[in-house]
Design a protein around this ligand. Structure first.
Ligand code: PLP
Length: 471
């Protein structure tokens, strides 16, 4: 800490101004001889004092604010952040004896990231506990606790924790026996992991178009793409939006297809009151750092089927027999989650209601501010039976304006992320395309806005101002 931010309570206004001149913060924290905080004075307070008749040789305590805001060492970034407002841009941080040990400063041009993990619950405590227990690999109480608590939260009987969302998808398809000669239907708009998992098994992916309204895989297109070789379909609940699970399950039933839900982006979303992840034969989650619940890297498969659960566990752990150690029944993988990752997951799940609420409040705030602007369309949140969650706030503009919007945001130090590039547009996947009319049109218009838990109303305004300038 630059000690020029501190000013003795016996100093004069002149001495305080000299400090402000050096610290370039427009503020001094007034302290006693032990650095104990007694007050705060800004250059504005000093100006008002001088105008009311004080002189440069008057004592600084004559202008210092009697009521001032500070933070304690150990308060979370979010707690500190909530103390800032239009007047308060700099806060002293004090120890248990009220001595100034640091300060926190709000900058109105602060970079707004697209996403940020929210780690202000017991993540550190449980992580340390797992570390100190020395169970730092994939055996340990946090793994079993995370598996059962996450599955329960999704309304499912069991979960198998894995190293990431991609391995979850690969494991699920492997456990279902998907392989060479099979076809698996995937949506054109998704992250590449969905189609890659199909390709890892040797099966052939079939890329189909998305719905105009929900942006998820189109049930009509699934049905058109079914052949005798179709073995499974992977509905992806995209950007927090649940797929039309009623129709998808109906089609899967009609043609005898497995359903592997990709829930990476929609933890907690519901269809007809039921959480996503509770419909398919196996559902897969990602806990990457930008996901609603994170474990750093991590994933989970959920299933109701005991036999499939056994298979998932077998393939996850090198295909090693449960009954006979070091006897390998199948060619398996090491797709296990560590106890350290799971410790973070257990803490994340404890705060999930709060996390979902602030995400949805943030989206609501964007919606209100964007509502009056012609030319910006937000992701739908009013579809029948679907209760979306907020993963990344997503908007669409005219395709000619999309890049200009994103550039305007970048110039204002605001991160923007373009829509997923349709799989059908990429050289390595193009040959698997069945249909892509809606997806290609939408992808040119869509982008994500910062959905970080550190964003306040003022910053939503900053983002919307950037958009308004362009559209
Ligand atoms: C739809 C979708 N599926 C799968 C994944 C893969 O998850 P992970 O990054 O944990 O491997 C992601 C995540 O990025 C995703 O968005």
């Amino acid at each position: 800490m630059d000690r020029n931010i501190l000013c003795s309570k016996t100093a004069t206004i002149r001495e305080a101004l000299e400090k402000i001149n050096l610290n370039v913060k427009g503020t001094v924290f007034i302290v006693d001889e032990n650095d104990k905080l007694c007050g705060i004075a800004t250059d504005g307070d000093i100006r008002r004092g001088l105008l009311s008749g004080l002189t440069l040789d008057s004592g600084i305590t004559g202008v210092s604010r009697k009521e001032f805001v500070y933070a304690h060492q150990g308060e979370s970034i979010k707690e500190i952040f909530e103390k800032f407002n239009e007047d308060i841009r700099i806060l002293p941080i004090v120890d248990q004896d009220c001595r100034v040990v640091d300060f926190s400063e709000y900058k109105s041009n602060m970079r707004l990231p697209i996403a940020q993990p929210q780690l202000n619950g017991k993540e550190m405590e449980y992580l340390l506990d797992a570390f100190l227990s020395t169970w730092i690999s994939s055996t340990g109480r946090y793994v079993t606790e995370f598996e059962s608590s996450f599955a329960r939260w999704c309304g499912m009987p069991c979960g198998v924790a894995v190293s990431n969302g991609t391995t979850a998808l690969h494991l699920a398809l492997t456990a279902l026996g998907v392989g060479e000669g099979d076809e698996v239907i995937v949506p054109d708009i998704t992250f590449a992991a969905t189609i890659n998992a199909v390709l890892y098994t040797g099966a052939t992916p079939v890329i189909v178009d998305i719905e105009e309204d929900g942006w998820c895989i189109s049930p009509d297109e699934i049905e058109k793409a079914v052949t005798e070789r179709t073995k499974a379909v992977i509905p992806v609940h995209i950007y927090g939006q649940p797929c039309d699970m009623e129709r998808i399950m109906e089609i899967a039933g009609k043609y005898g297809l497995y359903v592997v839900e990709d829930c990476a982006e929609a933890h907690g979303a519901r269809y007809d009151g039921r959480k996503v992840g509770s419909f398919g034969d196996i559902s897969c989650f990602s806990f990457f750092g930008n996901k609603i619940i994170t474990t750093g890297e991590g994933g989970m498969c959920l299933t109701r089927n005991k036999e499939l659960e056994e298979k998932l566990r077998l393939y996850r752990d090198h295909g090693m027999s449960k009954a006979r150690k070091y006897y390998h029944e199948v060619i398996g993988y090491n797709y296990r989650m560590t106890n350290l990752q799971a410790a973070i997951g257990v803490a994340q799940l404890e705060n999930i209601d709060q996390t979902l609420a602030w995400r949805s409040n943030l989206e609501e705030s964007y919606r209100k501010k964007i509502a009056g602007i012609d030319g910006i369309e937000m992701q739908r949140n009013d579809l029948r039976k679907r209760e979306k969650v907020t993963w990344l706030v997503t908007v669409c503009v005219e395709k000619e304006k999309r890049d200009a919007c994103m550039n305007a945001m970048t110039e204002m130090n605001i991160d923007a992320r373009p829509f997923f590039i349709p799989l059908s547009e990429m050289e390595i996947y193009r040959k698997y395309t069945f249909s892509n009319r809606v997806s290609t049109e939408l992808a040119e218009r869509g982008f994500n806005l910062p959905t970080s838990y550190m964003i306040n109303e003022e910053e939503v305004d900053r983002v919307v101002r950037a958009l308004r300038q362009v559209v």
